[in-house]
Design a protein around this ligand. Sequence first.
Ligand code: PEP
Ligand code: MN
Length: 337
Amino acid sequence: MIIILRPGHSPAERQAVEDIISHHGYRSVPIVGELRTGIAAVGDGDKETLCQCEAMPGVERVMRVISPYKLVARVAGHDPEPVRIGELSVGGDRLVVMAGPCSIESAESLFGIARAVRAAGATVLRGGAFKPRTSPYAFRGLGVEGLKLLVEARAETGLKIVTEVMTPETVDLVAESADILQVGARNMQNFPLLLAVGRTHKPVLLKRGMSATVEEFLMAAEYVASEGNPNIILCERGIRTFETATRFTLDINAVPLLKKLSRLPVLVDPSHGTGRWDLVLPVSRAAVAAGADGLIIEVHDRPNEAISDGAQSILPSRFNKLMEELAMVAHAVGRTL
Ligand code: PEP
Ligand code: MN
C-alpha cells in the first residue's frame, strides 16, 4: 500500500503516518517525487485498518498496490485453474453448457427437458428447487421434492446437476444432491452463506450480484475460498444500468476482465442477462467469442406456461440450434464445445 501525503504536509503529520504504518505491522519506505511524497507500507500487516489512515490530516490518498483478493487472483505467468466436477472440467479448452428450466416444476417437464438438452450437448442440468423470488407470493420452488427430481434426472441422463442454495442452514441438504451449488445474484454478498459453501468441497457457481462491481464479485469469491474451497466458477448474469429495454445489461467486459484478474473459470448467463428468449442466442455467441468458459441457459418445453422466467426461456429445438452455432464460434476462438 502507498500512502500519498498532501502537498505542504507538516513533519508531525508525516511522522503520524509513519507511526500508524509501524503500528499496523508494516515498515515505512519513503518515495519522494518532485510534486508529491508517498510512503510505501511494506510487509504483511492489517491492510483494512491501514486504509483508514486516508482520514489523517497529512494524507491525500491511499493506493493499494496488490489486489485485495489473494486466493482467487490470477498469478502472473500461471494458467487459470479448471474446476473439476467428476470427469467434467470447467475452464479447460472445452466449453461447458448448463441448461434446464428456471424452476423445477414437475417430473414430466424436467425429465423431458433434461433429455433434450443432453441430446443437444449440454453436460449439466440446471433447475431451481429453492427459488429466490422478488414477491413472497410467487412460486418459491418445490424444495426437497425438487431436489429428488433432479437426482432422478441425473440418474437417467448422466447429466451433472446445479441448483441454488439460499441459506447456510440448507447447504448440507442441497450438497447431498447437487454436483454444483449455485449461489444466486441476490445472495452474492450473503457472507454467512458464502462461508458455509466454502466449508464444503463442492464446486460453487457464484453469480454476480446485479449491483456488484467486479471487485465486490471477486471479494465474494474470496470469502468462499477463505474457508478452504477453491472450486469456484464465476457467472456473469447481467447488472442493473440505466437501460430498461432489457431485464439486465450483460456486462460482456467482465468476461475477459475476470479471466485476467482471477484464476477462476467464468460462465455467462444470457437468459437472466437479457431477460428475452430472442436475445439468448446472439448474446451466447458474444459470450463465447469474449472468452467465456461456458454458459448457463434456461430451457423450457412450454415457455408460455413456465412458472418462472418463461419470457427468457428457450425451447429445446432452439437450444439445439444454439449449440450448433456455438460449436462454430468456439472453433473460431480455439475452443471446442
Ligand atoms: C436463476 O438462475 O434462476 C436465478 C435466480 O438467477 P440469478 O440469481 O442470477 O437471478
Ligand atoms: Mn431464472
